[in-house]
Design a binder for this molecule. Structure first.
Ligand SMILES: Cc1cc2nc3c(=O)[nH]c(=O)nc-3n(C[C@H](O)[C@H](O)[C@H](O)COP(=O)(O)O)c2cc1C
Length: 330
């Protein structure tokens, strides 16, 4: 039985990828995940703000930030709080490439066009097999329309893609007015894959305490359903690789994501909770299920539950919503 998959034009031995996280900070844990069957690893992100800060105060060349931008630096971690400096990050790519045989995907995190994107070229030169660009952004300015924000994001993707030859995946949030349209526009600007969705870490409001408390809570499988729905909508509408990130905790979750149309799934929380060895258990469960169902490869069931045969997905979704509301009586 063959559980290999193609993702961003790369051949992966399994569809289970380790998502951006601390797991690639040292080669030993990355190797452990490779041995457990990971198809690829995504490195933690290098951030737009971190790169600019590094240029002004760090090892890089003098920066070109405005005063307002410099003031904003106060909100961000200091250079020493980031786990890796940009230079260390490039060295870590080269080190991981020497240590692993599976693809190493580097991650950039930001959503504005500009000089920070030069790092994409350096990441490619350091040996990364692909780049994942995380467009994480929360829009709070009422003068800034959805169109303005998405135009900047699309320009960011265009500039980044122009500067590299390796494939590019774009990691998105669910909060786009027309996700299918935006995804198609990303592909037009050169995105080879779309990764859905970012998790948002909402601060907890503690009654009686002075400020909100920020803590990173790990996910559970309940978060997968939003992703599976959108993968099933995008799978027949957007021509690129599709990956799920968020809420994949078991082989059953992997199967659901592939039935919806995903080429790969990314796992982080489950590995932080259970340990890297759990990745092998997930893959064994997938292979066992494929064997029981008589599937020889992932292509035989990928997208079986997508919206391919549904000419009006919006009407289907709204009808389904109404039926659900009508199903309750008191
Ligand atoms: C400790 C930790 C660090 C993370 N660092 C990054 C990062 O640097 N860049 C990024 O795009 N996502 C990062 N993520 C998000 C994960 O890649 C992933 O999208 C998210 O955790 C959802 O997947 P999960 O449900 O399997 O945890 C991080 C998540 C965790 C828990």
């Amino acid at each position: 039985m063959n559980s290999s998959t193609s993702y961003l034009g790369l051949n992966l031995s399994t569809p289970v990828v380790v998502g951006a996280s601390p797991f690639t900070d040292n080669a030993e844990s990355a190797r452990e995940l490779q041995d457990a069957g990971a198809g690829a690893v995504v490195m933690r992100s290098l951030f737009e703000e971190q790169i600019y800060l590094n240029e002004v105060h760090g090892e890089g060349r003098p920066g070109s930030r405005t005063e307002i931008e410099a003031e904003q630096d106060a909100y961000f971690p200091s250079l020493s709080e980031y786990q890796q400096s940009p230079d260390q990050y490039l060295r870590q790519i080269a080190y991981l490439k020497r240590s692993l045989v599976i693809p190493v995907i580097a991650s950039l995190n930001g959503c504005h066009p500009g000089g920070w994107l030069d790092y994409a070229r350096r990441i490619e030169a350091a040996g990364a097999d692909a780049i994942e660009l995380n467009l994480y952004h929360i829009s709070t300015d009422p003068d800034w329309s959805a169109l303005d924000i998405e135009a900047e994001m699309l320009e960011t993707v265009r500039q980044l893609k122009m500067s590299i030859r390796i494939p590019l995946a774009v990691k998105l949030s669910p909060f786009h007015t027309s996700l299918a349209h935006f995804s198609r526009e990303l592909v037009r600007r050169g995105a080879d894959g779309i990764v859905i969705f970012n998790r948002f870490y909402q601060p907890e409001i503690k009654v009686g305490e002075p400020g909100p408390e920020s803590q990173l809570h790990l996910s559970d499988s309940g978060e997968l359903l939003l992703r599976a729905r959108w993968i099933s909508i995008l799978a027949s509408r957007v021509r690129c690789s599709l990956a799920v990130t968020g809420g994949v905790h078991s082989s059953g979750d992997v199967i659901k994501a592939i039935l919806a149309g995903a080429d790969t799934v990314q796992v982080v929380s489950v590995l932080l909770k259970q340990g890297p060895h759990f990745l092998a258990i997930i893959i064994q469960g997938l292979q066992k299920w494929m064997k029981e169902c008589g599937y020889e490869n992932l292509g035989q069931f990928r997208g079986a539950l997508n919206f391919d045969r549904c000419p009006d997905a919006a009407a289907f979704e709204r009808g389904h919503y109404q039926r659900l509301l009508q199903s309750w009586r008191v």
